[in-house]
Ligand binder design. Structure first.
Ligand SMILES: *[C@@H]1O[C@H](CO)[C@@H](O)[C@H](O)[C@H]1NC(C)=O
Ligand SMILES: *[C@@H]1O[C@H](CO)[C@@H](O)[C@H](O)[C@H]1NC(C)=O
Ligand SMILES: *[C@@H]1O[C@H](CO)[C@@H](O)[C@H](O)[C@H]1NC(C)=O
Ligand SMILES: *[C@@H]1O[C@H](CO)[C@@H](O)[C@H](O)[C@H]1NC(C)=O
Ligand SMILES: *[C@@H]1O[C@H](CO)[C@@H](O)[C@H](O)[C@H]1NC(C)=O
Ligand SMILES: *[C@@H]1O[C@H](CO)[C@@H](O)[C@H](O)[C@H]1NC(C)=O
Length: 433
């Protein structure tokens, strides 16, 4: 299936790709509710062994575990057991950053074990200490409240993790590119006017709610190439063309009305360089505070310059598919994209210049399908790799949609601004509400 999408004022990120069934390596949920990875059946020893041993009920369990195909090979959601059972989540706790999490052995908490080895930093040490939530007498191991971070929040101007990155409803991993009305409630739409006539020029970029007062977006959305300028921010939107957004088939399950806010201040990164898209990041301060609801929530931002997103992992891009004069896709869309190496990206996208640690490159893998998200919109990581409990998923914004190779070029990755690199700049530029 071809999915046609979106992009910026400049159409700087615009890709068309085949979206194929079968999502090897993507996150999935087992029949037991365990978060796991969609894996080739032949590499999932747990299920394969149970099939070989004809464990009772395994046929049924196998069918429920199917999560796609890669060519002729079946893919299964490969968890820790191959029978229907109740997997006990670890005791719940709250991290020092306010994130709901599970209390587990320090050695099982990868993020903290890694931090102990790599971050020789007093803040990180203190954070681990503050995360202690018990002691296992048998293994003589310290238990820690293991969320998705090993470093404290450094500002009270960004929401703590009890507040940000929340979306009501269950986590959705597969299924189409259309979002549900309650998904990704931090999405914002930027509305424009023509400079000369002052007439409305429609929605041309995305952005994200990061706290009560600020929207994070791309610099090229604030200083577009065309003679248009952003003047209004829409929040709580799902389907642009419909005045009221309701979940399919459930007439009463409707979102709250959208909210439009005006822009009080535009803060563009002082070293933004339009031609190559360097430092393509901006903040918009709104004219009043945002009231959060089920349909308007802040996203979590990474709190420090962390290690790089690993190549091969997947993240989610969200946007509206706005194409000038094309209303085919005015519903909020999402897409999982693989992170690709900077070397590959620099090679493919020569005119952008070398891709350094200020940017992330994702998508464009043959048949693995990127198609997008608006410029200024987010590249999101879900925190569920650190939790077996899908209810605890938090969403972190790792990237801002910045640049691509131009419209309609298949198989090319897109470039995102790496938020972790700019977190100091963001924090420095936030003012009290
Ligand atoms: C997180 O923020 C909320 C709302 O501001 C506050 O009520 C809560 O105490 C904070 N939690 C932590 C752990 O700081
Ligand atoms: C662990 O050992 C301590 C001291 O020996 C004891 O007080 C505590 O009850 C034990 N905890 C458990 C869970 O067995
Ligand atoms: C975030 O989600 C948790 C768990 O569902 C809920 O208790 C909490 O109230 C939510 N926070 C906000 C700000 O909606
Ligand atoms: C359009 O107007 C905005 C806001 O007044 C201004 O910042 C921008 O430079 C103008 N763009 C052009 C191309 O004139
Ligand atoms: C859409 O197309 C019409 C006619 O081709 C043009 O006048 C109008 O400016 C376009 N709208 C936008 C938002 O570009
Ligand atoms: C998730 O479950 C697996 C298998 O039951 C276990 O080994 C792992 O430690 C758990 N992870 C967390 C964070 O609880």
């Amino acid at each position: 299936m071809f999915v046609k999408l979106v992009y910026s004022v400049t159409c700087s990120v615009c890709l068309f790709v085949l979206v194929q069934a079968g999502n090897i390596g993507y996150k999935c949920v087992t029949p037991n509710g365990e978060v796991a990875t969609c894996t080739s059946y032949f590499q999932c020893d747990v299920i394969r062994n149970a099939v070989a041993q004809r464990v009772e009920g395994i046929q049924e369990f196998y069918k429920k575990s199917l999560c796609g195909r890669e060519g002729n090979l079946p893919l299964v959601c490969c968890g820790s057991v191959a029978k229907e059972t109740q997997i006990e989540p670890p005791p719940s706790c709250t991290t020092p950053n306010g994130e709901p999490a599970g209390c587990i052995s320090l050695s099982l908490c990868a993020i903290m074990s890694d931090a102990m080895q790599t971050l020789n930093n007093d803040d990180a040490k203190q954070f681990i200490k503050d995360s202690e939530c018990g002691y296992n007498n048998e293994t003589q191991e310290v238990l820690v409240c293991c969320g998705s971070e090993a470093y404290p929040l450094r500002t009270n101007l960004l929401p703590n993790r009890s507040v940000c990155g929340n979306q009501t409803g269950e986590i959705r991993i597969h299924g189409g590119t259309e979002t549900k009305i309650w998904e990704f409630p931090w999405m914002a739409l930027l509305r424009y006017k023509y400079n000369d006539s002052n007439e409305d020029a429609g929605y041309n970029c995305g952005g994200t709610v990061i706290n009560n007062r600020y929207i994070l977006t791309a610099a090229h959305c604030v200083h577009p190439h065309q003679p248009i300028y952003p003047y209004e921010i829409r929040l709580g939107e799902w389907k642009i063309s419909s005045p009221e957004d309701c979940e399919e088939g459930k007439a009463l399950n409707c979102a709250d009305p959208v909210i439009d806010l005006q822009i009080e201040e535009k803060i563009v990164h002082p070293q933004y360089y339009a031609r190559r898209g360097n430092n393509d990041i901006a903040l918009l301060r709104l004219n009043r505070n945002i009231k959060f609801s089920n349909y308007i929530q802040p996203v979590c931002l990474p709190v420090r310059e962390a290690s790089d997103s690993s190549v091969g992992s997947t993240m989610t891009v969200v946007g509206w598919g706005i194409i000038e004069n094309d209303t085919t896709s005015d519903v909020k869309l999402k897409l999982e994209v693989p992170i690709v190496s900077r070397a590959y990206c620099s090679n493919k996208l020569r005119d952008i210049g070398s891709i350094d640690s200020t940017r992330i490159c994702a998508g464009g893998e043959a048949k693995k399908g990127i198609c997008g998200g608006d410029s200024g919109g987010p590249l999101l990581r879900s925190s569920n790799e650190n939790s077996n409990n899908s209810k605890l998923v938090k969403w972190f914004q790792e990237g801002i949609v910045s640049k691509g190779p131009g419209c309609g070029i298949r198989g090319y990755p897109a470039v995102y601004i790496r938020v972790a690199h700019y977190i100091d700049w963001i924090i420095e530029n936030l003012k009290e509400f």
